[in-house]
Write a protein that binds this ligand. Structure first.
Ligand SMILES: [Zn+2]
Length: 216
């Protein structure tokens, strides 16, 4: 069985390419060939991929989408116009603030012992997005938060987490505290769920190196 077949079997309703969904609702991503993950953008990394020294306070809770390449060979970063779709249908379970924008928790309503959530962070939710609202696969829930003007020069990006939680966990408990430290949640590498043919790891973050050099 190929890794893609395994994913389709394990997550039948997620048998999709989230990269395609992102491209489908963003004209600027139509000729995307792949996303780049720099060291620090991948699941459980301790590294910071933005221009800052030191390590992350907690291991990275998901993956970050920001850098991509187009068919003409251009390398670009997300703009605040980038629209964020959901990876599978479900119901909005919670919306909370994070340090760059807002975080939306989507419950996929699987009939499993634990809830299966996808989490979209550092975004500006659509003004009419409400807790309890049903959402269809590919539907847009918001845009990437604008981070221009931030001291740490962190570019606007989408943070995607996949998490299983106990059914006793209430809406109010769905915050970054739960994502980061709770024993009641179990994070899954998003690359184990989504079809990752268009996601490429890169060894060196030349952009960060250049900014760090210009700051020193
Ligand atoms: Zn992240």
């Amino acid at each position: 069985m190929t890794s893609m077949e395994k994913k389709l079997k394990q997550f039948p309703e997620m048998g999709l390419d989230y990269c395609e969904d992102l491209a489908a609702c963003n004209p600027s991503l139509h000729d995307l060939t792949h996303f780049y993950l720099y060291p620090g953008m991948e699941f459980q990394s301790q590294l910071k991929w933005w221009p800052d020294s030191g390590l992350r306070p907690t291991l990275h809770e998901g993956i970050d989408f920001c850098y991509y390449r187009t068919s003409s060979g251009k390398e670009l970063t997300f703009s605040p116009e980038i629209r964020i779709p959901v990876m599978a249908s479900g119901k909005i379970m919670a919306i909370c603030q994070d340090y760059l924008g807002h975080t939306v928790f989507l419950d996929h309503l699987y009939e499993t012992t634990e809830r299966f959530l996808s989490i979209y962070a550092h975004i500006v939710p659509q003004h009419n997005l409400n807790v309890g609202q049903p959402i269809e696969k590919g539907e847009v829930i918001g845009k990437v938060a604008d981070t221009s003007g931030r001291k740490n020069r962190m570019p606007g990006h989408l943070h995607l987490s996949i998490m299983k939680v106990d059914r006793q966990v209430s809406e109010e408990m769905l915050t970054w505290d739960l994502i980061c430290n709770s024993e009641r949640s179990r994070l899954i590498d998003p690359l184990e769920v989504i079809i990752a043919q268009k996601i490429t790891m890169r060894k060196h973050n030349h952009w960060k190196e250049e900014v760090m050099k210009s700051l020193s």
